[in-house]
Design a protein around this ligand. Sequence first.
Ligand code: F6R
Length: 598
Amino acid sequence: MCGIVGYIGNEQAQPILLTGLEKLEYRGYDSAGIYVVEHQKGYLFKEVGRIQQLKEATDYSICATYGIGHTRWATHGVPSTQNAHPHQSFDKRFTLVHNGVIENYQELKETYLSHVVLQGQTDTEVIVSLIAYFAQEKQWSAKQSFQYVLSLIHGSYAFALIDNQTPDVIYAAKHKSPLLVGIGSQFNMVCSDAMAGIHQTRQFIELHDGEFVTLTKADVSIEKDGHIIQRQSYTAQIDASDLEKGTYPFYMLKEIDEQPAVLRRIIKEYTKDNQLDIPNDVKQAILTSDRIHIIACGTSYHAGLVGKYYLETFAHIPTEVHIASEFSYHPPLISGKPFFIFISQSGETADSRQALVKINEWNYPSLTLTNVNGSTLSRESNYTLLLHAGPEIAVASTKAYIAQMAVLSIIAYALSHDTLKDAFNLSYELSLVSNAMESIISQKDDIHIFAKTYLKDAKHAFFIGRGLDYLVSLEAALKLKEISYIQTEGFAAGELKHGTIALIEQNTPVFTIITQDETSLNTRGNIQEVKARGAKTCTFVMGKLATKDDQFILPDVSKYLSPLLSIVPSQLLAYYATLELGYDVDKPRNLAKSVTVE
Ligand code: F6R
């Protein structure tokens, strides 16, 4: 979702800001802009579309040494140059970028700015004009006006502000939306995440809600409620090569290919005394609870459904899985000693964060599984376990999903009785999965052919399965629909005949996942039902259950761990279908990587 980058130093600001914005592209955006200042004169560049267009529109003859930049994912108002950030106040004195949503902006506009004609429809333009209004009316400094406006706002924000009358300063503020300060020698930065600044520095300071920052090239001052905050910087552990596509045409393909290595890294990170384990304090906290509630969105929710299976099957702990946006406003009846697990690749998803705020108000213990150390959910929950998937750039989540399921299996295993551990060596079984993934990935050309054969002219498609295969079908369907725009349903195979089978027509593609012995025959019966109604069927079947009529054979792995493997052909199918249709695989329309609005 929206991304912010700001730089103040001695170097030319435009390339630094534009590179930062490119690194934020993965979050999803529809327009972008920068504002840079040379000798107290500001220059604004904004474009709808890709950063490349903004790069082409930028004037590099300006020797600006500071500025702010933004990628926008439309919430208030259509994608347009007027609505793109940075926004300027009606008197052009102030320039602002914003990530988040201001809930009471209409009310503020009516109360204070009824005389002002605004250029676009955004909440941000109201805020920057409000800062100018109070600076004029009250003869306040930029800082006083900005802080006063912050006190009037309801909603979420990360802001970076430049005032033409306060040269060589960038102000920033944060509440509920992520923002970091990047520390350099003779320069400083603000950015939505470390990736936007990693080309300049590895040292970052996390900002907390309610904090206000004044940046110059030599100094960073963080304050909250008038008190100066001292906080150590941390070194971002991002490998620059993780951020590059290398020889891959798209990040999604690179990230699918990385999955075997991610799995091996997880095994290594969670091995203690030759056994997969989790920290003792996390284990004890979960073991004293009577029920686990998993809360997540999208792909992470799908991983949570598989996690429920692990926690109930391995550890015998009753587990419920909730969609975060539903949980916050319609919480279920909660047992006496619940434990909450949040799953979030980014650690910044506003819906999950809102649920965590509630859990914290109710004083229940929580654990976050995330890929981003120091992210908001990680900071605000009691415990964190990392996914170790490496930065995931493509909007469609792949390696984070398999990492989430792997870490959930390790948690459940760590909580299980010795009898399971004696009979089942999870570390060994996961390593077999990682080898099996490699074998599937090496057959990607076959899956490319499936994509052409089954999906070329498809308007609708289905993934079906039973039990764990049904849970994977949900994720497989999400993958295909979100990037190829082919309307796809993931369905419990046995449930089709209770209504949805009415949608099957001549040549409707139906992909079936079969990895579970006890349900394979029933699922095959369901394939016959759709075939009889004209469906074009394709099966992804575990080797030991395969017949000569199956289309794609998955290497045999533990039946518990099959979701980590059976999703891989579906990820590749989604990738190649989208490639064939000519869409941007990594940046599907209307979607953002880090969804920081509710
Ligand atoms: C789909 C996808 C999304 C995310 C969801 C939650 O490919 O990536 O469905 O899973 O937006 O995001 P996180 O995991 O960052 O909380």
